[in-house]
Design a protein around this ligand. Structure first.
Ligand code: CA
Ligand code: CA
Ligand code: CA
Length: 310
C-alpha cells in the first residue's frame, strides 16, 4: 500500500454532485441529457467512499500495520463503521477500527491525519463496555475492539464527557488536534479509520551451494560461484538479481538463471569475498528478494585456508 498524497478533499465530491444537479436543472428540456445525468447523480448520491492509506513499520508487535482513512457519504454510525472495517481486507487480513495504544502510534496517526486534513471527526476503535466490572462514567470500562489493553489514552481537555446524549464510543476531533473525544454511537460521521495488522512474510529458505568448498586465500582464482535453488513452489526466474548479497555485503559481479533446471548461478569477485573471510570454517549466507518483495535466504559452509607458496 502506497503512502497517499497529502490531499484528501471529499468536499470535491459534494461539489461534483451539486454541479451535476445544476447541469441537470439547466438542460432539463433535453430528455437524453436528463436521463444520463440522473443516473450519474443517483450514483453520486447513493454512496461515496474514498480512502487514503499508509504503513507504520514500527509497531512493537513486529507485524506490519497499515491504516486506511475512509470517507463515506452518507455518513455511518460507529457500529456501521466497525462492521465495515471488519469486512475490509488488505493483504489477506481483515481490518478493524483503528486502535491507538501507544504515544508512538498516536503521533504517527496524528501526523498523517494532519497532512490529509479530514474535516471534523474520525471514528476509531474504542468503546465503553457498560457491563465491564470497571465501568463508570465517564472514563471507566473503556475497551479496544481488538482486546488490546486499554492503557494509553489521549483525551482532549474536558473529555471523556459522556454527552449528552450518552457518549460511549471513541473519535478523534480534527479541530482539537485529533485528541480523543467520547461520542454517541448512533451519531453518524463521514470518516472512520481502519487498521490492518499484517504478519511479516516468512523468509523463504533457499538451498545454497558455494563453490569452491575449500577456499585458499593465497590462490589466484577470480570467482566464487554460488548456486541458488528455491523450494519448488517458487520460480528462480522471479529472483531480483540486483537484490542478491553475500553475507549482507558483497553483490555478485553477474548472475545467470537456468529456468529449466531452476538454478540461479551468481559469480562473486573472489577478492571481494576474501576480504570478509578468515581462515577456518566460514558460514556464507546469501540473501535476496523475489520481484514481489518476498525475501529468501540460504547458507553454506566452506573451509577457508591460507596456504601460500613462500
Ligand atoms: Ca493499533
Ligand atoms: Ca459514556
Ligand atoms: Ca464527549
Amino acid at each position: 500500500m502506497e503512502e497517499s498524497s497529502p490531499s484528501f478533499p471529499p468536499q470535491k465530491i459534494d461539489f461534483c454532485c451539486e454541479r451535476i444537479a445544476q447541469i441537470l436543472e439547466e438542460c432539463k428540456m433535453n430528455s437524453k441529457c436528463v436521463y444520463v445525468l440522473t443516473i450519474v447523480l443517483i450514483a453520486c448520491l447513493v454512496s461515496v467512499s474514498e480512502s487514503a492509506s499508509i504503513e507504520w513499520p514500527d509497531h512493537p508487535d513486529g507485524m506490519l500495520h497499515f491504516y486506511e482513512l475512509i470517507y463515506n457519504s452518507p455518513r455511518v454510525t460507529w457500529y456501521e463503521a466497525k462492521n465495515a472495517a471488519e469486512q475490509q481486507m488488505f493483504m489477506e487480513v481483515n481490518g478493524y477500527l483503528a486502535t491507538i495504544t501507544s504515544p508512538e502510534e498516536s503521533s504517527f496517526i496524528t501526523n498523517w491525519l494532519s497532512q490529509l486534513n479530514p474535516e471534523y471527526y474520525i471514528l476509531v476503535g474504542g468503546y465503553q463496555d457498560r457491563d465491564a466490572p470497571d465501568y463508570s462514567e465517564p472514563a471507566g470500562g473503556w475497551r479496544w475492539v481488538t482486546g488490546e489493553p486499554w492503557v494509553y489514552t489521549n483525551w482532549h481537555v474536558g473529555e471523556p464527557s459522556n454527552g449528552p446524549p450518552e457518549e460511549d464510543v471513541l473519535g478523534l476531533k480534527e479541530h482539537h488536534g485529533f485528541y480523543w473525544n467520547d461520542g454517541a454511537a448512533e451519531v453518524p460521521e463521514h470518516y472512520y479509520l481502519v487498521e490492518y495488522s499484517v504478519p511479516e512474510p516468512a523468509t523463504i529458505e533457499a538451498a545454497i551451494d558455494i563453490d569452491p568448498d575449500t577456499l585458499n586465500l593465497k590462490s589466484k582464482g577470480r570467482w566464487i560461484t554460488c548456486y541458488i535453488l528455491l523450494p519448488e513452489q517458487y520460480d528462480v526466474a522471479d529472483i531480483d538479481s540486483d537484490s542478491l548479497l553475500l553475507n549482507g555485503k558483497v553483490s555478485p559481479a553477474w548472475s545467470w538463471i537456468d529456468e529449466a533446471e531452476q538454478i540461479l548461478m551468481a559469480k562473486f569477485s573472489r577478492s571481494e569475498v576474501q576480504q570478509i573471510l578468515d581462515p577456518g570454517q566460514a558460514e556464507l549466507t546469501v540473501t535476496g528478494e523475489l520481484t514481489d518483495g518476498s525475501k529468501f535466504e540460504g547458507t553454506d559452509t566452506i573451509k577457508v585456508i591460507d596456504k601460500g607458496k613462500n
